[in-house]
Design a protein. Structure first.
Length: 459
């Protein structure tokens, strides 16, 4: 029996490791187009900034460790097509250019996501895409070697883009962020994103929104300018930090259905629509537990969980049994840190509620991260949402200088379990002056929503 895994990062290697441990008689083969396995994509901006010294520090487990477990791991090897009837995958050795067919009894697609190439003049020559660890390594080498680089333009104002921008300013570089969206961080509502934009500007990042990249200009291999539909900016280097799209080539070749979110359709057991073909991680779509919609959410937290679910069910499949575990879905929990401010979100944006036909009410206010009498009380901007009529918590967004990650995890639990603001305001949450007030900010938000919605008890 043979398991073939396409993709050697979080989802793929989690599943492969579980199958290898539980069924040592199963041959486990992994093909990975890059040079690394099981690494932290989220750590790449910190490596670029120099706070992480080497790329190896971001690798949770190198290929040698998986090989020592008895797996076969082929690096720099790209899967190009699946013959589902023959149960084979055509792969290409990127170094040698040779091709071969890899057979499988069960196939797991963990192909991840990557920004789509943009057909613009100069972008292939001068644009540094930063989505994989080897791309981050290439960018770091470029900045370390190019002492004449003083001005950098970052294309994209999402999580990676603003983290990279902060890293470049920390390196002493004049940094500008350009995005065609009218706001930074489209994962936030526009009013909360405006706070993040102000933080970036105060830190020294130039922010130009509502502008579409049209061209990158340079001469003799040296980047000089970035051109948008609204302006021209000097640039010694350009970082392309656009959002990733699921890598679907292999899944489509197998005949796997792709959902409206752009991700591979899987059931809760991580099975695709093609027999003996499974998928997990950034390439799949999941159920949004708050809105009831299908979403493609690209986060390592989900990829690891989905990989574990796939691994459990693959073991069951090799045993001839039914699936034993299910992935419930997502609520969109995410947190980052930019310029000493923590930014977190969970649940629905106002636009999501409109899309799902949910009647949402929101409250927004400002509080302190710790008890007000503490020497550094800090500041937190809070936005919370609940459903009219039921009071069900629909989402929360936080931008603050302390205890944001702890709070967003509490709000995520409320969203996933369908807690109402009536109940949330009275839950037994922790308290001590270094962490907040006797009424936690989330409970303050819940109380405000109870009153806004005309629910009881109004405390």
């Amino acid at each position: 029996m043979r398991l073939l895994v396409v993709g050697g990062d979080a989802a793929g290697m989690t599943a492969a490791s579980h199958v290898r441990r539980e069924r040592p008689d199963v041959e486990v083969v992994v093909v990975e187009r890059g040079p690394y396995t099981s690494y932290s994509m989220c750590g790449i901006p910190y490596y670029v900034a120099g706070s992480v010294a080497t790329p190896e520090e971001l690798v949770a487990k190198p290929p040698e460790a998986f090989r020592a477990m008895g797996m076969t791991v082929h690096l720099r090897t790209e899967a190009t097509a699946v013959d589902a009837a023959a149960r084979t995958v055509r792969v290409r050795n990127l170094a040698a250019g040779t091709q071969r067919d890899e057979p499988y009894d069960e196939l797991l697609l963990a192909t991840g996501a990557h920004p789509e190439p943009q057909p613009l003049t100069g972008i292939a020559e001068y644009g540094h895409v930063v989505h994989t660890l080897d791309e981050g390594e290439h960018l770091r080498r470029h900045f370390d070697a190019a002492t004449d680089v003083t001005k950098v333009v970052v294309v994209g104002a999402g999580y990676i883009g603003i983290e990279i921008a902060e890293a470049l300013v920390a390196r002493g570089l004049d940094t500008v962020v350009v995005d065609r969206s009218p706001q930074v961080m489209k994962s936030l509502d526009r009013d909360m994103a405006a706070i993040v934009e102000r933080i970036l500007r105060d830190f020294g990042v130039g922010v130009h929104l509502g502008e579409t990249l049209t061209e990158i200009r340079g001469t003799e291999g040296c980047c000089q300018q970035v051109v948008t539909d609204r302006g021209t900016y000097p640039a010694d280097a350009v970082v392309v930090a656009l959002g990733g799209r699921p890598n679907l080539m292999v899944a489509r070749s197998a005949g796997c259905a792709v959902g409206s979110s752009g991700g591979v359709v899987v059931d809760p057991h991580m099975r695709t629509t093609v027999p003996h073909v499974w998928a997990a991680g950034d390439c799949v779509e999941s159920t949004d537990l708050v809105a009831g919609l299908r979403r493609n959410v690209q986060l390592g937290t989900h990829a690891n969980k989905q990989g574990k679910i796939a691994g459990l069910n693959l073991v069951a499949a090799f045993d001839g049994a039914n699936p034993v575990a299910a992935f419930p879905g997502v609520v969109g929990t995410a947190v980052t840190k930019v310029c000493n401010w923590e930014i977190a979100r969970v649940g629905l944006l106002e636009s999501d509620a409109v899309e799902a036909g949910i009647d949402m009410a929101t409250v927004r206010f400002e509080g302190s991260a710790r008890a007000g009498y503490m020497p550094d009380a800090g500041k937190v901007f809070v936005k919370m949402a609940a459903e009219r009529g039921t009071g069900r918590v629909l989402g929360c967004q936080l931008v603050g200088t302390g205890n944001v990650a702890k709070r967003i995890d509490v709000a995520a639990t409320w969203c996933q379990l369908g807690v109402t603001v009536q109940d949330a305001q009275l839950l037994d949450l922790s308290y001590a002056p270094p962490f907040g007030g006797v009424w936690d900010l989330l409970q303050v938000g819940a109380r405000k929503l109870v009153r806004t919605l005309g629910l009881h008890p109004a405390l």
